[in-house]
Design a protein. Structure first.
Length: 236
């Protein structure tokens, strides 16, 4: 199949699809970090969505797509859409002008998200955290957690919690590959509201800068990437 993996610089899903023999291409505004520039399109993904297009991969090779994509898997940016950013819209925490600017950025992010939902393709999957699109667009088809696809409790990369929404068109629900119990929080802390909350995986991600931490948090978990490839594009 010809598969476009949009907004993916890590190439984790793309690599798993390639292992199965598909013509999969990742696309992002930044260079890929997955190690396969010959499979990565660095640039705007929107002109590619409906197929019948030409594009060049990072190795400067030109490609022509005669027809539509057989599948699109999209990971649109969630900075302004995630529920974790709700506090930025609160008048208790921010001045009116900052909230107004944030609202404009959120609407722009939502419009970008909807470009994937409305693409001319029979099979579409859109991934995003729990947040704004569940009300602005519609409820997700499915909500998954990384630990659904962990190999064991010792699988430290995948045995974590991070509620993730999937909006699916023409694709089945992802089936968990394990029956592991929900991981316990890494620790606890007292929030400003006074409530005791658990420290989640995202709060443990370390990096030299906010941008670096955001990039690390945006990478698809390997267990999820393998499940997407095997269950949506596998041979059987």
């Amino acid at each position: 199949m010809r598969i476009l993996v949009a907004c993916e610089e890590s190439q984790r899903v793309t690599i798993e699809l390639r292992k199965l023999g598909h013509s999969a291409y990742s696309c992002d505004l930044v260079p890929c970090s997955g190690g396969f520039p010959e499979w990565h399109i660095q640039g705007d993904v929107l002109p590619l969505l409906n197929g019948y297009c030409t594009f060049s991969t990072m190795d400067r090779k030109a490609h022509i797509l005669y027809g539509k994509w057989d599948m699109i898997i999209a990971f649109p940016p969630c900075t302004y859409l995630t529920i974790a950013g709700t506090r930025h819209f609160s008048p208790k925490c921010n001045p009116p002008e900052r909230i107004a600017n944030r609202e404009k950025l959120r609407e722009s992010a939502a419009d970008f998200f909807l470009k994937f939902a409305n693409a001319d393709c029979e099979k579409i999957a859109i991934e995003n955290p729990v947040g704004y699109m569940s009300k602005h667009y519609k409820k997700p088809t499915q909500i998954i957690e990384p630990y659904f696809f962990a190999e064991s409790v010792e699988d430290s990369e995948n045995y974590v919690t991070k509620r993730t929404c999937l909006w699916l068109k023409g694709l089945p629900l992802l089936k968990p590959t394990s029956q592991l119990p929900r991981p316990a929080p890494y620790g606890k802390y007292v929030a400003k509201c006074g409530k005791v909350k658990g420290i989640c995986w995202a709060m443990k991600v370390s990096g030299k800068s906010q941008a670096e931490r955001a990039k690390l948090r945006s990478k698809t978990f390997m267990g999820v990437a393998k499940a997407m490839a095997n269950q949506w594009a596998g041979k059987g």
